[in-house]
Design a protein around this ligand. Structure first.
Ligand code: GRF
Length: 195
């Protein structure tokens, strides 16, 4: 049984989808949900499902990313995860942190990578007049929103779409894609999931 730790920064809707998928004959179970924000709504949802939680407020650490990550790592390492899933985690991780989990750390990004790494992905897709948008699950490497693609889901861009309406359509697919990728990844299969 693979042990999965999930990092969140907010409501954790992707984290919830992952938790709800890890049942029955699924080859993984969640051992920790951790956040950089003690007020992240997802922490209470995880705790309500009896998943151990941890929070390390990044703000007191200021620009000292390494010190923040060292404290976060203390909680993560204690849970002894095999796989780390970033799910709406909004802090950029240092190469030092990434190297500890390279090859076993996933992230979901709300665009069809390699298009639109970084922020404001839906606004950028609308500005470009794209006919399609979507989300990508990829392995995390030292380069932000880069790394091998493990899955993608596409949605149409509709006339009259605003960033929030497009984000809502993509989020539905995120909740389908991430669990599908994690199940395959936990079974040792890196064949991309294309929805
Ligand atoms: C989602 O758009 C996800 O793609 C991005 O963070 C947003 C919120 O995710 N990474 P969640 O609801 O906190 O899982």
């Amino acid at each position: 049984m693979k042990r999965v730790a999930i990092l969140i920064s907010g409501g954790g809707s992707n984290m919830l989808a992952l938790l709800d998928s890890m049942v029955g004959d699924h080859p993984a179970r969640a051992v920790l949900v951790a956040s950089n924000d003690p007020a992240a709504g997802g922490l209470a949802k995880a705790a309500a499902r009896d998943v151990p939680v941890a929070a390390v407020d990044h703000r007191p650490f200021g620009k000292d990313r390494a010190a923040f990550e060292a404290e976060l790592l203390r909680h993560i390492e204690a849970a002894e995860p095999d796989i780390l899933c970033l799910a709406g985690f909004m802090r950029v991780l240092t190469p030092g942190f990434v190297s500890r989990f390279e090859g076993r750390m996933l992230n979901i990004h709300p665009s069809l990578l390699p298009k639109y790494p970084g922020l404001h992905t839906h606004q950028r897709a609308l500005d470009a007049g794209d006919a399609e948008a979507g989300c990508t699950v990829h392995e995390v490497t030292a380069v932000l929103d880069d790394g091998p693609v493990l899955g993608q889901a596409r949605v149409p861009v509709l006339s009259g779409d605003r960033p929030d309406t497009l984000a809502a359509r993509v989020l539905v697919q995120e909740h389908r894609l991430y669990p599908a990728v994690l199940r395959r990844y936990a079974a040792g299969d890196r064949t991309p999931v294309l929805l």
